[in-house]
Design a protein around this ligand. Structure first.
Ligand code: P6P
Length: 365
């Protein structure tokens, strides 16, 4: 009696040979139930009566770069792309090769796509003007953090891309720095990609927030989280308490408030801090919560950058019903003077951001 094979030989019916396979019933991919990012963008284009498709194509270009970055992030542990590139970015932070790779991919996709006339990136001190034949009529500029939280790459923790899209204010030719000196309220779109247990693209064009999960089997972002809304309050606070000693008194008092026992307000809250803002913000967006990066001794103006981190996240959070401030004032109304300008950042569930602001007003003037 030949030994019963425990694997499926060529030509044999796998469902008989490998016992568990009979559970994997073939399900034709129900395209009718799936809405891809491309289909959604085109469908929503009617929200903008004067749109001729440029913003749609720009969002498509971002989605393409995101898929390429997803592929590399998901094999970072294997490829030789891991580890320091031996360079430092304009922030003086050591640059991981994946930072460089992600920056290059988004710049390439936006340059070729023809809808963008300039890019501002965390990885570049100055703007990247785009002057290609395809972009001579480009209407938009893109500010981005190509790979936020990249220090987490080596330990397999979620990282993210953050992007912000403005209509250019310069008249023609390659974009200029002035195109980026616009308040967050002027953004025409903003979003992030989180490279986590799955890769998701979450964006808004000012008419709600929608989340798309990448299905690698078909290479498409598919609508998985339509019309995302964040809870008015939550039970999670995200802050690096290692900096506690140097926090403003208002932040110290708010942290103690979060830690007090009080059944009526479901306290103490839980402290959850990943060290990757996109991951913390995404979790709090879905579950409710507040993310705070206040001023500290090493970051006297705050650590996060207004243009390509706080403004896009603030637009998403507000569109989802939350709030985003610098501890006192609305982030989106902050005047921007330099590309890499930093700001304290309080973002998440509206009631929690308001409460933290009350503590800031009372104890930090
Ligand atoms: P710290 C990543 O560098 C980042 O900009 C955010 O993504 C993250 O929330 C924060 O800085 C982490 O900073 O000082 O707590 O390590």
């Amino acid at each position: 009696m030949p030994h019963k094979q425990s694997y499926c030989g060529i030509g044999q019916n796998p469902r008989k040979t490998i016992p568990f396979l009979h559970l994997c019933k073939p399900r034709p991919f129900l395209m009718s139930k799936v809405k891809t990012l491309g289909q959604f963008i085109i469908e929503k284009q009617t929200d903008f009566p004067y749109a001729k498709g440029e913003l749609s194509r720009l969002l498509r270009d971002i989605g393409i770069a995101a898929k390429i970055v997803h592929r590399e992030v998901n094999k970072a542990g294997l490829a030789d792309i891991l580890g320091d590139a031996g360079e430092t970015n304009v922030q003086g932070e050591s640059v991981k090769k994946l930072d460089v790779f992600a920056n290059e991919q988004f710049i390439a996709a936006l340059s070729v796509g023809g809808e963008c006339c300039a890019i501002a990136s965390e990885e570049n001190e100055d703007i990247i003007p785009i002057d290609t034949p395809q972009s001579k009529n480009a209407k938009y500029v893109v500010a981005m953090d190509p790979l936020d939280g990249s220090s987490n790459i080596d330990v397999n923790v979620s990282v993210g891309t953050i992007f912000s899209i403005y209509r250019r204010v310069s008249l023609s030719g390659p974009g200029t720095v002035q195109d980026f000196m616009q308040r967050g309220t002027e953004q025409v779109a903003a979003g992030y990609i989180i490279y986590g247990s799955s890769t998701m693209l979450v964006y808004t064009t000012g008419k709600g927030v929608n989340g798309f999960t990448l299905d690698p089997s078909i290479g498409e972002f598919c609508l998985s989280h339509p019309n995302m809304q964040t809870a008015k309050s939550g039970k999670i606070y995200s802050i690096n308490e290692g900096n506690y000693v140097h926090f403003p008194d208002g932040v110290k008092k708010y942290i103690k408030y979060c830690q007090e026992e009080d059944k009526a307000t479901k306290r103490p809250y839980s402290s959850r801090y990943i060290g990757s803002a996109v991951a913390d913000i995404h979790r709090n967006l879905i579950n409710g919560g507040i993310y705070i990066y206040p001023t500290t001794a090493s970051s006297p103006k705050g650590k996060l950058r207004l243009l390509y981190e706080c403004n896009p996240i603030a637009l998403i959070i507000e569109q989802a019903g939350g709030k985003a401030t610098d501890g006192r004032h609305r982030i989106l109304e902050q005047e921007i003077k330099t590309l890499h300008q930093r700001t304290p950042f309080f973002a998440g569930s509206a009631d929690m951001v308001e409460m933290a602001g009350d503590f800031m007003s009372k104890y930090s003037g």
